[in-house]
Ligand binder design. Structure first.
Ligand code: FES
Length: 66
């Protein structure tokens, strides 16, 4: 499923970025060589990152901070 329509970033792409160490939406965009356009996806990206890290017990204290 696409989470970022503007940049064609899929949920699995976000999970892979999180697996590779991304803790912020900005890091996901950077990993894909793009920047947010409308930014409507950033909350969803943050949630996927948080879920990934919490499920893997690598939660950080402030995932929402950009
Ligand atoms: S949907 Fe991600 S920047 Fe627009």
């Amino acid at each position: 499923m696409y989470v970022c329509i503007c940049n064609a970033i899929k949920e699995e792409d976000v999970r892979l970025s999180a697996q590779n160490g991304a803790h912020k939406a900005r890091e996901v965009f950077n990993a894909h060589g793009c920047k947010p356009e409308c930014a409507k996806c950033t909350n969803c990206i943050r949630t996927i990152i948080k879920d990934h890290h919490c499920a893997n017990q690598t939660c950080t204290t402030n995932l929402a901070a950009e």
